[in-house]
Design a binder for this molecule. Structure first.
Ligand code: AMP
Ligand code: MG
Length: 350
């Protein structure tokens, strides 16, 4: 773990988070950076003294490391133990935080009509995404994918009794990679409030949650351009909310000139293509995270209906040619910066 302290927000944090430039007193911001959840994590707290901010952030970073261990889909820990027991057809006691993830994950999976399906870890592994390195030039045999679909594991296969978990389907393998960061963000903001910090922003690898602001200025978040290095748009946060982005540019492999991203469509068993990124703003970071993943799967025609079903209103979808679609509510929130996108549309019903 590397922790790098700075007293003031840098002008840009990897293009994701930067303070408003404008009038108002400069408020000191205490900042910390670490590497966890396989990504860079930035924490910034404003409006409290350095000692309080440091203490609160230490608590958050320690808990993040624990979550990382307990919730990892393929490294030794509580979730991997649980997945092994499920594969053996055994009941097993697990960590209370995993129980919460299963309950929350089941609810958002249902709301997404199964497009968000964290029981599909086995299939994600078949596609070779359960490793730090993505194997090159490899595609799974179609029979392996089909055999998965035939016994399609879903969250409803799982039964919880206290801390004990069983699954009616031994193919269930939990992978909360599309949800856990959002849940961690919700937890982090709660913990910061409890520690007396009401103005903070947390960036988990491009997924952000913020509350309050920096003095009289809101936090300003840049949404990464899925096709370039820069930022496509900026959002100023209002009160407490999360801005979560899911993209097929994050992890993928290319075989024969075709890109196979890490988000799998549970209906076909194949990676969801054509959507480059989805950004969701919502008060609930866990929901925003699951929704962003589900809407990548839903695709450029179905996303408005799935967003409605999941109860998220502020959504921006960018296709692999750089066309932007957004909901009416999101149109009011995002300010496009840099080169204007090829097209910007609000589809009917969005
Ligand atoms: P995110 O960046 O939040 O979209 O999460 C992507 C991760 O979610 C992948 O790396 C997988 O671990 C997992 N995942 C992939 N496809 C799905 C899906 N259809 N439903 C739930 N989780 C998924
Ligand atoms: Mg997600």
């Amino acid at each position: 773990m590397t922790i790098d302290r700075r007293h003031f927000l840098k002008l840009s944090l990897g293009g994701f988070l930067f303070p408003m430039v404008g009038c108002g007193r400069a408020t000191p911001v205490t900042q910390e950076q670490m590497y966890v959840f396989g990504t860079t994590v930035d924490l910034a707290v404003a409006g409290v003294d350095r000692a309080r901010a440091d203490q609160a952030m230490r608590r958050v970073t320690a808990r993040f490391l624990q979550m990382h261990q307990d919730w990892h889909a393929w490294k030794p820990g509580a979730l991997v133990d649980l997945n092994r027991a499920i594969a053996r057809g055994e009941a097993v006691k697990t960590d209370p935080s995993v129980i919460d993830l299963i309950r929350g994950g089941t609810a958002v999976s249902r709301a997404s009509d199964g497009l968000f399906n964290p029981a599909l870890g086995g299939l994600i592994g078949v596609w070779g995404f359960h490793g730090d390195e993505i194997p090159r030039g490899y595609l799974p045999a179609p029979e392996r994918v089909e055999s998965f679909l035939r016994r399609a594991p879903v969250m409803e296969d799982i039964t919880i009794d206290g801390l004990e978990v069983t699954s009616a389907n031994p193919l269930v393998q939990l992978d909360f990679g599309g949800y856990a960061k959002g849940v961690a963000l919700d937890w982090a903001l709660d913990a910061l409030v409890q520690a007396g910090c009401d103005d903070a922003i947390v960036n988990l690898g491009g997924n952000l949650a913020a509350m309050g602001g920096r003095g009289d200025r809101p936090w300003r978040i840049g949404v990464r351009h899925p096709q370039g290095d820069g930022v496509i748009g900026a959002v100023e946060t209002r009160g407490r909310e999360a801005v979560v982005t899911s993209g097929s540019y994050e992890r993928y492999r290319e075989v024969g000139g075709v890109r196979y991203p890490h988000i799998i469509d549970p209906r076909t068993g194949y990676p969801a293509r054509h959507v480059a990124s989805v950004t969701v703003i919502d008060r609930n970071a866990g929901l925003a995270d699951a929704a962003a993943t589900a809407l990548v799967v839903a695709g450029i025609k179905q996303w408005p209906a799935v967003a409605r079903g999941m109860g998220v209103r502020e959504v921006m979808v960018i296709d692999d040619e750089g066309n932007v679609q957004l909901s009416e509510a999101m149109m009011e929130r995002v300010r496009f910066v840099g080169t204007r996108p090829r097209s910007i549309t609000v589809p009917r019903g969005a």
